[in-house]
Design a protein. Sequence first.
Length: 402
Amino acid sequence: MRKATWLVVFRIGFAISLAGCADDRADDQCPDPAATTCLVRLYPQCDFKGAEVCVKKEGYLDAAALKALGLAEGAMRSVKVAPGYYARLDFTGDPTDGWDTVWRGEDACLYGGKDPGGYAFRNVTVQRRTVCRPRPRVFMAMHGSNRLAPPDLDAQWTWVREHLDGIWENNAGMSDDEVAAIYQKIKTRTMITEQDGAKDSPWLKLDLFKGMQTKYPSIQLVREAMAIYKGKADEWNADDVSVARAEYVNNPTAPAWLRYQHVYGGFQPQQFILASDQPQEPTVDQTAGKLVVEQIDGAFAECGSDVCKAHLKRALLDLIGRMHDKGLPFIWFNGTFGDPEEWFKGLKREYFMLEAEGALFPNDVVMIINYQGGFASTPETEPQSPDGAPTATGVLYWLMHQ
């Protein structure tokens, strides 16, 4: 199974007609936020300790303005943001370079009390939330979900089982029996299958993807898409999408239950680095990947917890824009790594960034893959984290409540 240096690949599935996406993507304006004195509250210590600094207005405040309010440069470790607003926290001194962090709600200890990348906090921009769409769909990858197959944890992820929107069929390390056991616990039957490819290598035959459903015919799946992935732009072939569509969508010899509805493409954001950011490798616009992007029915890209900054952020937003301009879905792929609590916070920061950019739509997907089952699978909530525990199902729970 592939895991990229910066990003992970995700799988999705939905049975929504793509022809309806345009109507679903109308911006829903947020209600006026409740009156409050402090839009953002900054604290010099974790756990909201030390002298509180109250930011009362929208807009940009540099280090001098914050110092005038009582906050020493670099001395910020926790934050509270009033409902209806974002705080864009800048750690480099340049609020336009794409390295800022976006937050809403509360964070009792930013970056574990450390300076991210060696940078200390510099500036803040208070931004009103102006677009409030319904949340994207939420998918769980099969890979790493082995512990959810037996019945002993069932009572610890009841909400996710009932409300999960789909399954990402990266089944590495999962048996057919384990996959079937999870499908039998959850309500959704929507799935997306991920398939990795290499330059000039053929796509797998459709029959190879029927195993579990043949063994368990009562599990009737909605095969939203076959998601074909290549890690570098110069690995794409001009006919990759047409060949995949002929095999997986329009195959005349395949039974209807085995065919997929769409073909999606999977990328690393590096494949979309803007010319102004001086890409070090070929991008899709310089290769056959450009034709692939024009032909696919949706796209996914891996941009993990708090990873897509600066040039990668601009590249990711470029890919998302290309899909949304055509009314097509984007799938945001997230793989677990590192400390569970800090990874969860990083995912929230990335989510808030995309949300603040207006880059998340209801037909999009956020997919979580628990690599090698490295994070605890359950519980989905805990008394100290009622909005979602730092576990595989807890992250899904949080995402489904946005």
